[in-house]
Design a protein around this ligand. Structure first.
Ligand code: DX5
Ligand code: ZN
Length: 222
């Protein structure tokens, strides 16, 4: 699978969000846009809701990956779907009936993903039973909540284990994403371990030249 770069707008200028999206979309070579939704309960931070996603959707054609770090995501799924998400990523422990949650996302015609926290094993749920309902698995390489945190090294083994497990059970179609602390120093090892989507907030939007930063991350896989 090719390496895809997903700039996270958590590190963008919130007063100029549409411009920040246009920058990475029109000239920056972003493959998808990562949108971090936080509720101040599941994680200690508050960010973006469906209204902002809906507004951004009007001026962008990028694939919108909505990463829900919220309690009870089932209550708001429809809003995030209608806002224009292309994929919704949930944390399994926030969904008491995960099969039902994923089914609802998929039946709306968009993609579904799971995110696994640094303290959680890849066996937090049985992929065998969810197979076709999952398009991506996000290995969190920081504890969710804030941008620009330090990459947690144990994530690397977890990516290799996940890659191996997916191959064993015949779920090679599932993309492996890594989220948190990625930069030119930390990204090579996650690519080696088998990840193919790199989320990057700080390493894109806080660089003097975000476009160059995206290209440099892409070039790591060449
Ligand atoms: C963390 C978020 C990440 C975050 C990554 O809770 O899920 O998507 O934006 O940011 P960086 O790349 O700055 O570590
Ligand atoms: Zn995220």
């Amino acid at each position: 699978m090719p390496i895809l770069i997903a700039p996270s707008i958590l590190s963008a200028d919130f007063a100029r969000l549409a411009d920040s999206v246009a920058l990475v979309e029109q000239i920056g070579g972003a493959d998808l846009l990562h949108i971090d939704v936080m509720d101040g309960h599941y994680v200690p931070n508050l960010t973006i809701g469906p209204a902002i996603i809906k507004a951004l959707r009007k001026s962008s054609k990028l694939f919108f990956e909505t990463h829900l770090m919220i309690a009870n995501p089932d209550l708001l799924l429809e809003d995030f779907i209608e806002a224009g998400s292309s994929r919704i990523v949930v944390h399994p422990q926030t969904c008491p009936h995960l099969h039902k949650t994923l089914s609802k996302i998929k039946s709306s015609g968009i993609q579904a993903g799971l995110a696994i926290n640094p303290s959680e094993d890849i066996d937090i749920c049985s992929f065998e039973y969810l197979g076709e309902l999952i398009d991506s698995i996000t290995i969190m390489s920081v504890n969710p909540g804030f941008p620009a945190q330090k990459f947690i090294n144990s994530s690397i083994n977890k990516i290799s284990n996940l890659k191996q497990k997916l191959a064993q059970i015949g779920l090679n179609h599932i993309q492996i994403e890594v989220d948190g602390g990625l930069n030119l120093q930390t990204a090579p090892s996650v690519i080696m371990a088998g990840a193919n989507i790199l989320v990057a907030g700080n390493a894109v939007y806080n660089e003097p030249n975000p476009l160059k930063a995206i290209q440099e991350l892409k070039n790591l896989s060449k």
